[in-house]
Design a protein around this ligand. Structure first.
Ligand code: HSE
Length: 336
């Protein structure tokens, strides 16, 4: 019987324009690690590794990782009040409130580590339910647009209320992502309060058509189409625009430097630009510089980083080995 298990899960982009609450993508180079340990003290407890980049509240009932772990334990028939306790240590590789799926990365790595610790293999449906519940602890709603990509890698589109109906696409080696992350925190729970509660039928039809075109671009690995449609949301971004006064200028700078598209990720503040990487013409450095320059001009503190799509999703960390949750394949270990 294992005493401790550890897992890593990537950060993710979400919404990507008209894919509000339905579309997300896992990104390389950023993620959270969660260790889950059996303890003699009953219950589920949480703390944060001080070596991580962020530490949050350790109130276990509402902690996203603890909620996901609890669901996995429960679905495995493990009772933390009688069978022995579980202690989670979360090492954050990204801060909360960035729009890059920070809570999802914690929920997913906690679920994967708990499953390994308990020596069970839950159905895909039960794992999805566990990570969606974990995400719900943070946002107040169980949308799956960050947790599914974080669990499975690639781009994932799913019906929010029915997270087992999903479409996943991977690959995208030629896609470069530039992420501008201003030093600001936007809480998803708050950003959701800015949303309209109803929309006219004609706008719903228009929105559905835009998302359909986005899906066609995803299926065709069409970077220009992806860029165009990620900028086409006419419902959610207009309602939240006041939360991100930097968006238009950053998007203008990225597009001017050759980006195929640029939009907000999730509820922000992160802004993501994309471009196609070619051997002879690689605009990513020019876009990075343009974003950095624009942030400086606007007096915005923060960073700009370069990423790719992470096609693997969550990894179980076992000594020197990293094992994909989705495929069971051994892969290179991510940076802590
Ligand atoms: N789809 C969610 C939202 C993602 O936009 O509220 C939060 O990052």
């Amino acid at each position: 019987m294992k005493k401790v298990a550890r897992a890593w899960a990537p950060a993710s982009l979400s919404n990507l324009g008209p894919g509000f609450d339905a579309l997300g993508a896992a990104i390389s180079g950023l993620g959270d690690t969660v260790s889950v340990e059996r303890t003699s003290r009953l219950g589920i407890t949480v703390d944060f590794d001080p070596l991580g980049v962020w530490m949050g509240p350790t109130d276990a009932p509402s902690n996203t990782a603890a909620v996901a772990a609890r669901h996995v334990a429960s679905a495995s028939g493990f009772d933390w009040n009688t069978d022995g306790g579980l202690h989670l240590t979360i090492r954050k590789g990204l801060a909360a409130g960035t729009g890059l799926g920070s809570s999802a990365a914690s929920a997913v790595s906690a679920a994967v580590a708990t499953e390994a610790l308990l020596g069970v293999q839950l159905s895909e449906k039960d794992m999805i339910a566990a990570v969606v519940a974990g995400e719900g602890a943070t946002s107040g709603q169980g949308h799956a647009d960050n947790v599914l990509p974080s669990l499975m890698g690639g781009f994932v589109l799913m019906r929010s209320a029915h997270p087992t109906d999903f479409l996943r696409t991977e690959g995208w080696e030629e896609l470069s992502l530039l992420i501008a992350l201003p030093d600001a925190e936007v809480l998803t729970r708050e950003a959701r309060k800015a949303l309209p509660t109803t929309i006219p039928l004609s706008r719903a039809v228009d929105h559905a058509a835009r998302l359909a075109l986005m899906v066609a671009a995803l299926e065709g690995k069409d970077v220009a189409g992806l860029g165009t449609w990620m900028m086409s949301d006419d419902i959610v971004i207009p309602a939240r625009r006041h939360l991100w006064p930097w968006l238009d200028d950053l998007a203008g700078a990225a597009l001017g430097a050759g980006a195929a598209g640029c939009t907000i990720s999730g509820s922000g503040p992160a802004v993501v630009a994309c471009c196609r990487q070619h051997d002879n013409d690689d605009p990513q450095m020019a876009i990075r510089k343009a974003l950095e320059h624009q942030m400086e001009r606007a007096g915005l503190k923060g960073s700009v980083s370069m990423h790719h799509i992470d096609n693997h999703g969550a990894l179980l960390l076992d000594g020197d080995q990293a094992i994909s949750w989705r495929t069971g394949k051994r892969l290179p270990k991510p940076n802590p």
